[in-house]
Design a protein around this ligand. Structure first.
Ligand SMILES: Cc1ncc(COP(=O)(O)O)c(C=O)c1O
Length: 423
């Protein structure tokens, strides 16, 4: 028995399914991590893995980047929570406002879940309307407004629509297939004056990696503007991932409200709501939309986020990640086809996923038709060969600044072996 297996057996007695978040469940058992460094995770049995999960997205600089470690260490000495404003919050807020097109003001919260919950409440408060539109297969955190046909672990574990949520709540969550203009037009024709917002992942990273088709984000911008509804880009994954300004800069479409998380916290917990001054001032203490949190803007997350942002602003990070992203996507297409599999590889910048399917993946339904079981077998073969991919067809893989061509080429070599082993 490995140490991970032993720990897992014990953990199952104290933690539901032995884990603290469903996405971490892995068959037959998850490896227990001892430490992370650069592009790698090291487990308690002494194995190392090139990490493409990267904590599900935050670690764009890799594990334990020295500048982040230093910043957090220095802050730790000065205290971890004050319950008062700090200069750190101000400096970080200014940098986000500079980088993110829709942002004139921000509110720091603690998770992406909190950020989308607050953003939706804000949109409802501003418009005085109840309904929101979300896309099938998108995941916006584990709260009641959005756990309907949700992707990520909710889909992986067979509960895209969660139990325990009053029907009165989800009645106000309207669903649409991604990349389908007619479906949105129909919803707005029938219920446009009741819709507070469309919330979307501009690139869906919670059903694999699904890209918006040409003009689709612009279309959503126009439909919402016309109907007096708000457009919310949930950039918890894409924020600081595609480029400094996130998907809104990358695609040139500015939402009314954006939510950030993951990378913004430099590996520590964070969520951010960003919008124009006019919209943001609906939040208390100025406005009537209540949002509060003991750990909002906590100095550790602020220091880690700022240190990360400083590295990201340095210039070569995104071009390097783009190049690596292209390399791995091209390589996966080649090796999977050479090994005789029908696959589709999608991605953008440093995001990617390989679907075991012959058809184009453009929405949740087509993602669900991919062979998720085969993907899991492939994931396990990769793990055995020292490469950690998120254990689900419905997650996205990430690259970090700590990954290089060497890691990518090694990964492609192992992918070819793993795929041949599946034949
Ligand atoms: C797009 C998106 N929004 C929101 C969330 C929720 O963020 P958190 O897990 O920090 O609550 C996630 C988490 O994976 C996400 O991918």
């Amino acid at each position: 028995m490995t140490r991970s297996e032993e720990l897992f057996e014990e953990a199952k007695r104290y933690l539901v399914g032995g884990v603290n978040s469903p996405v971490r469940a892995m068959k037959p058992y998850p490896f227990f991590t001892a430490r992370g460094e650069g592009s790698k995770l090291y487990d308690v049995d002494g194995n190392s893995y090139i990490d493409y999960c990267l904590a599900y997205g935050p670690l764009i600089l890799g594990h334990a980047h020295p500048e982040v470690v230093r910043a957090v260490g220095e802050q730790l000495e000065r205290g971890t929570a004050y319950g008062t404003p700090t200069e750190l919050e101000l400096e970080f807020a200014k940098r986000i406002v500079e980088a993110v097109p829709c942002a004139e003001m921000v509110r720091f919260v603690n998770t992406g879940t909190e950020a989308t919950m607050a953003a939706i409440r804000l949109a409802r408060g501003v418009t005085g309307r109840k309904k929101i539109v979300k896309f099938e297969g998108a995941f916006h955190g584990a709260h009641d407004y959005v756990l309907v046909k949700a992707g990520s672990g909710a889909t992986t574990h067979g509960v895209p629509t969660s139990a325990g949520i009053p029907e009165e709540t989800t009645r106000n969550t309207l669903l649409a297939p991604f990349n389908d203009e007619a479906a949105i037009e129909k919803l707005f024709k029938e219920q446009g004056d009741e819709i507070a917002a469309i919330i979307l992942e501009p690139v869906i990273g919670n059903a694999g990696c699904i890209l918006p088709e040409e003009g689709y984000l612009k279309f959503l911008r126009e439909v919402t503007s016309e109907a007096g509804a708000m457009l919310i880009f949930d950039e918890v994954i894409t924020g600081f991932r595609l480029c400094l300004g996130g998907a809104q800069e990358y695609y040139g479409v500015t939402p009314d409200i954006a939510t950030l998380g993951k990378i913004a916290g430099g590996g520590l917990p964070i969520g951010v709501v960003a919008a124009s001054r006019e919209v943001m001032e609906h939040f208390s203490p100025l406005g009537r939309v209540y949002q509060a949190g003991t750990f909002n803007g906590n100095p550790l997350s602020m220091s880690a986020g700022l240190a990360t942002l400083r590295v990201l602003e340095r210039g070569d990070v995104y071009s390097r990640l783009e190049e690596l992203g292209r390399r791995i996507r091209r390589g996966l297409e080649e090796v999977s086809q050479d090994a005789g599999f029908e696959t589709r590889v999608y991605g953008i910048a440093s995001m990617f996923q390989m679907y075991f399917t012959a058809e184009e993946v453009r929405d949740y339904a087509s993602a669900l038709r991919a062979d998720a079981e085969l993907f899991l077998r492939y994931q396990r073969e990769m793990l055995r060969r020292g490469v950690f991919l998120p254990p689900s067809q419905y997650e996205c893989n990430f690259l970090s600044y700590a990954h290089g061509e060497e890691e990518v080429d090694y990964t492609l070599e192992k992918a070819e072996e793993a795929l041949r082993a599946l034949k």
